[in-house]
Ligand binder design. Sequence first.
Ligand code: AP5
Ligand code: NA
Length: 342
Amino acid sequence: MSPLPENTLIGMCNPLLDIQTTVEKSFLDKWGLKENDAILCDDKHNDMFTELTRDFQVEYIPGGAAQNSLRVAQWILNNPNRTVFFGAVGKDQYGELLASKAKEAGVNVQYQVNETVKTGTCAALINGTHRSLCAHLAAANTFTQDHLQKEENQKIIEQAKYFYVTGFFITVCPPAILQLANHSAEFNKTFTLNLSAPFISQFFFDKLSEILPFVDVLFGNEDEASAFAKANGWETTCVKEIALKAAALPKKTTKPRLVVFTQGPEPVIVVEGDKVTEYPVTRLQKEEIVDTNGAGDAFVGGFLSQFIQGKGIEASVTCGSYAAQEIIKKHGCTVPAVCKYH
Ligand code: AP5
Ligand code: NA
């Protein structure tokens, strides 16, 4: 295999096809969903997916949190294969669609393909300015660590310099995450993690705590920060204070931990070691906002596109905000054809 481009970023998460539509509040109530949330579905939601695809006009949009971020990073980098993605799909049309969209964007997808389980989906239910996500992981949930141990993937891992894993993936395969995390620490690379959703801190805190000592950059939004604080037993809802405490948690390597918390239109909070910086966000006009689905993922994609080039934190945040705003102006986590970012 030819060597990977310099400073390659590996992403690992659930590749999901988003099934997006607009629903009434009564639909959310019927299926026990909150207006603004991200959960994993259970068996009682099977009929919901049937109802959605039967009775609603739905859009199929490539999703999955880290895959969204990598597509956005590639869009900005405008240089194919700077990013590689690991995750599991089924051997079906949805999986092929996800792969083709990711490749089109320039992401080097290295899926583990499950012959017997369907590609995962995520219902993205829009209600006014809110959106409720209900993920049906299916094949994504069957990812196994041996995929990383394949010779070709070992080579990719050896050559990569940056890793981005979502909290969402903690529900799937913590050993695979720890493998990348350990490798990153051992070779003084950079391991980054997203808190992803409140339920990860609430229900998977033990696993999250095992991974945290390896985390060089921690991403999240204000709700996720809050849930993380609660799980740690910290009696504060102040995002800055939570970021400071998160940065100070034990760490395997001497590199200071960077914590980056977004708060929608409010300033992005960044803690580096014990220094807090607030980066204001340019507010979008109400009529410019199509939907905020994918805003956080796009922020991370924009941020990492600069960070892996060794640009500073300010340049990374600026690009993150730019990417998020471009995504907010479009449906789902999709980008305009041409990137005007310089
Ligand atoms: P979703 O959670 O919608 O995506 P997200 O990227 O996290 O978007 P949010 O709207 O939650 O943004 P945020 O709150 O994180 O960020 P913030 O508002 O602070 O999920 C999308 C994807 O997740 C789907 O594709 C789905 O497939 C996937 N997914 C769901 N479950 C999954 C699972 N189990 N496994 C894998 N994937 C899963 O905003 C960030 C930045 O945006 C701000 O800092 C700012 O720069 C900008 N911004 C936000 N609002 C404004 C505004 N009003 N004006 C200007 N700028 C703004
Ligand atoms: Na989010």
